[in-house]
Design a protein around this ligand. Structure first.
Ligand SMILES: [Zn+2]
Length: 421
């Protein structure tokens, strides 16, 4: 069921409303990530696509009740819509055969050496046309919103040629126009060295810097430039050059840093003032201190550690040091085939020792800040976009506690009510 509201929409009798308290800040840092505001027996008033009023049901001003569409929120907990700040959800084909190989003992690196891994997805994505990619991505987005995600970042990076990277960004643009979910595109032409450039990688870096970045910036296909800084992918020097070229063209830097080895991508993130540095499984203690003093947002992707059997990033240490931590799925066909943000919250709690409050902040307001949209989404506050997820559970702490179940009963996306009860 879905309907647009003529004037006000009021969701009443909400069992509990919980949201990070921002006090006008774009993100919450360190232990402040635990600052959670809760209202029991709450009501929310939505004017078109914007939050107009939040408070106790009993305090609902009369002015709203006249010409309003009333929705009953009994038994439901209201949280800000989840912001999945790191995904690779446009791709040609899934890779369950590789998963089976890993289950039989092959490592991710061994599979990559046999033509699997990212290069496998590059092949299938190059072969796929836009309409096939669009159709599959729309299907994933339908499922994601069903799991409470109302904003998602999507990276290119499986094309790795001028045409195919633009094809991916075009697909992201198409689904952005067609789907209710907010979509934030990121250019990741430097995801891997494509096989045809294996022997002369410098030419690929040249192509990214001289052709791709200027083109995607001129066409306004993205506001972000990302790079996979890792042994076997892009060196620290190459990553610096790519991100700085992006900055010259007005693209905010993002980086995949220190995932498999402590290469120094985290330090580079601080150096270029990246909006976010994601993964960080092997971040150095020195870089943790640097993050604490900078606004670089540390993107935690525990689903990857879980799925590949790798170490988890030191989220506890980052938070205790005062860093800004976000949480995402990294949904992609190789290293995390899940778009459930609540599942990532459970992993963040049990494996990285984050508190439920910290995981909620990380997956909402801090994730929104990593996409430069914390002024619009990421918390339930007056004036923000009405992106609210309603879950069938007793209180907000229940979400990471009871895992493997989808508790989402309804989603309010930009004022549109989607009900799943
Ligand atoms: Zn990634």
């Amino acid at each position: 069921m879905t309907h647009k509201n003529p004037t006000y929409t009021i969701v009443q009798n909400i069992r509990q409303l919980a949201t990070p308290v921002t006090n006008g800040k774009p993100f919450l840092r360190g232990r402040k990530m635990r600052n959670m505001e809760t209202v029991d027996n709450a009501a929310v008033v939505i004017n078109s696509d914007t939050i107009e009023w939040i408070g106790k049901d009993a305090d609902l001003p009369d002015q709203y009740s006249g010409n309003a569409n009333i929705i009953d929120g009994s038994g439901l907990v209201a949280l800000p819509g989840f912001v999945d700040m790191h995904t690779h959800m446009v791709f040609g084909a899934t890779r369950e055969e590789e998963f089976a190989m890993r289950c039989s003992g092959a490592t991710y690196q061994e599979i990559a050496a046999k033509g699997g891994g990212i290069n496998n997805t590059v092949r299938s994505t190059r072969e796929a046309d836009k309409s096939k990619l669009r159709k599959q991505t729309m299907r994933f987005l339908d499922r994601m919103i069903r799991h409470g995600t109302t904003t998602v970042e999507i990276k290119s990076g499986y094309g790795l040629s001028e045409n195919d990277e633009v094809k991916m960004l075009d697909v992201i643009k198409m689904v952005k126009e067609d789907h209710l979910i907010n979509i934030v595109p990121t250019f990741l032409g430097a995801h891997a060295i494509p096989p045809e450039y294996k022997e002369h990688r410098e030419e690929y870096v040249e192509l990214v810097c001289k052709k791709m970045i200027p083109y995607v910036a001129r066409k306004k296909l993205t506001g972000f430039c990302d790079v996979f800084c890792e042994n076997g992918f892009f060196t620290l020097e190459e990553s610096r050059r790519i991100l700085q070229t992006g900055i010259e063209y007005g693209l905010s830097p993002k980086i995949h840093a220190d995932e498999l080895s402590p290469l120094g991508g985290s330090e580079l993130a601080v150096e270029v003032n990246a909006v976010s540095a994601d993964h960080l499984e092997h971040i150095s203690d020195k870089a943790i201190e640097m993050f604490a003093k900078s606004d670089v947002i540390a993107g935690m992707l525990p689903g990857v550690s879980f799925y590949l059997g790798h170490d988890y990033a030191p989220a506890r240490k980052l938070i205790d040091s005062g860093a800004v931590v976000a949480l995402a799925t990294d949904f992609n066909p190789g290293s995390c085939v899940s778009y459930s943000v609540p599942l990532m919250m459970t992993m963040a709690c049990t494996q990285m020792k984050m508190t439920p409050e910290e995981t909620l902040t990380a997956a909402t307001i801090n994730a929104a800040a990593s996409l430069n949209i914390a002024d619009k989404v990421g918390s339930i506050e007056k004036g923000k976009q009405a992106d609210i997820v309603f879950l069938q559970m007793p209180n907000y702490m229940y979400l990471p506690y009871h895992f493997g179940e989808n508790h989402v009963a309804a989603v309010m996306k930009s004022g549109t009510w989607l009900e799943y009860r």
